[in-house]
Design a binder for this molecule. Sequence first.
Ligand code: PMT
Length: 325
Amino acid sequence: MSSISGLVEDEISSFFESSPPLKNKEEVVAKLNQFIELNSSRQDGFNICLTGEKRRIVCVTSGGTTVPLEQRCVRYIDNFSSGNRGAASTENFVKAGYAVIFLYRRGTCQPYCRSLPDDPFLECFEFPDAKNIRVRESHSEAVKMAVMDQQAAVGEGRLLKLPFSTIYEYLQMLREMATALKDVGPCSMFYLAAAVSDFYVPWNSMTEHKIQSGSGPLDIRLAQVPKMISILRSNWAPKAFCVSFKLETDSKILIEKATKALQKYKVHAVVANELSTRKEEVVVVSSSGNVVVRRDSDKPESIVEDNLIRLIVDRHSTYIKENHT
Ligand code: PMT
């Protein structure tokens, strides 16, 4: 378990103290507690959590966080992420028997929707006459699978979807989630695929109204967002299995940066990916060495997350066995 310095702890406290409060906090906490309670008392054959009669629970974060520039936000800075990784990983975790809390950026890719066209609402349907609507034959299989798989996952209490937009919402929700999962211990996992802002405008130094363009070029000073992985590991959920991600555009520095993150934040694995090849391969960096995980290129339907989640689930099983009390 890592420990954090008083300075970092102060930065984290001041980030949360100055954040606008989460609007629907009570509703989020109630949903989380209900979901965790339901899954903590479920048995699932092969996938039973090794420490007891619990289903494993993973929190998958997905999509990029926004940084508002105005309190009544018109403009914001964004972090790139389509949400594909998080959505595809969620499907694979559900398939592996996990209960998934999917913390996602509004408007990004959703689980079970990969085979649908970009604008499913407009492209999948047709009107045989003025009173009827039906799914086009060409999309019927994809729509059927998406609706059935999503409804099964939600209906069986295996999938809870919680949306965020801003860095403030994301980090407050992550904290609520970690706190709620604390007692699940080694059976819980954090899989932090969201692209999280490193810089932000503190709420109390942000202008309330739309910034006016008439005043000429804009100078903004961005403060650094404290790395929340450190407090997640040391205080919020120290017994959870934790997988973080490292995204770079320069492949020459990727593995070095991922290795440093592994050591600094004492996470159990860092998934290193380069922007342009992220759908083909990733490298899982951990204390037991680096493993390259690729999509099966001979199978057109294969995605890198199929093999990645298999490996992560294996590592989680070993972790649970080692931390069995
Ligand atoms: O969504 P796709 O288009 O499919 O793309 C997937 C992806 C490339 C976005 C994904 O695979 C990925 O790499 N996500 C993490 C991107 C990222 O934020 O990397 P980073 O190097 O900035 O941060 C590393 C880790 O620190 C992250 O796990 C993040 O959760 C964490 N972090 C970041 C900032 C911060 N203030 N606190 C944090 O804890």
